[in-house]
Design a protein around this ligand. Structure first.
Ligand code: MG
Length: 244
């Protein structure tokens, strides 16, 4: 069942989303060569906690971090570590979740570390563009597949591939609610979009093949061919007018 949020609930989700977004923004300034992903994790935890919210990922199915920090060929779910020190030319995907008054805000971005290659820049631009194309379809009366198809068309027409094993999701009192939101067409329209739906839309786009594998830590997802991957995410509310 897809849970529709009331105006009051949307107001809380707006606040939760703002905390997650501001945390991600605050981390950006600290993403530079020589910084470890554990340091970023610590900063995020402090930032979220100071705003009377709770890091949504910490302890989720046993995940040890407050953020996911995924470098280069890591797609998602990288575990923050003192041993993972950023280098010039890396790309870092940071995923932030904050629970505020019982509701979750979920957002992610891939951030360049120092000077990155033009190929890496292109991947980031295309992934962010795919998210924007998807959000533009997140409108009352459209279908879920319009969101999925927008990501797929945008990324594949530019020569990139779409991760299939991991998808976006409804979000609210739980981090993962219905519906699942694949970033590719599944040959069915899926549910019709209605005001009050709140969706975490999150294209994961690869430079090479779409296939992934999971490392021995049972969390970190990497591209099968070792090429780069990027990830951008916003929590979006369907309204009677523009997507919010
Ligand atoms: Mg998410």
């Amino acid at each position: 069942m897809i849970v529709l949020k009331s105006e009051n609930e949307l107001a809380i989700m707006r606040a939760a989303g703002k905390i997650a977004a501001e945390t991600l923004q605050a981390l950006r300034e600290h993403v530079k060569p020589g910084v470890s992903t554990a340091e970023l994790d610590q900063l995020a935890c402090e930032f979220i906690t100071k705003r009377n919210a709770v890091p949504a990922f910490k302890g989720y199915h046993g995940f040890p971090g407050s953020i996911c920090a995924s470098i280069n060929d890591e797609v998602v779910h990288g575990i923050p570590s003192k041993k993972r020190v950023l280098k010039n030319g890396d790309i870092l995907s940071v995923d932030v979740g904050a629970v505020y008054k019982g509701f979750v805000g979920d957002t992610a971005a891939t951030i360049p570390v120092g000077e990155i290659s033009s190929d890496a820049q292109k991947l980031l631009q295309v992934t962010e563009g795919a998210l924007a194309a998807a959000i533009a379809q997140t409108r009352m009366g459209n279908f879920l597949e319009d969101i999925s198809g927008a990501v797929q068309d945008y990324a594949e027409s530019r020569g990139f591939s779409v991760v299939r094993e991991y998808v976006g999701h409804g979000v609210g009192r739980s981090m993962h609610e219905e519906p699942q939101i694949p970033n590719y067409r599944q040959g069915k329209r899926g549910p019709k979009l209605k005001p009050g739906m709140t969706l975490a839309i999150e294209p994961m786009i690869n430079e090479g093949v779409w296939e992934t594998r999971t490392l021995g830590d049972k969390w970190t997802v990497v591209t099968k061919d070792g090429k780069l991957s990027a990830h951008f995410e916003h929590t979006v509310a369907v309204t009677e007018n523009e997507p919010e």
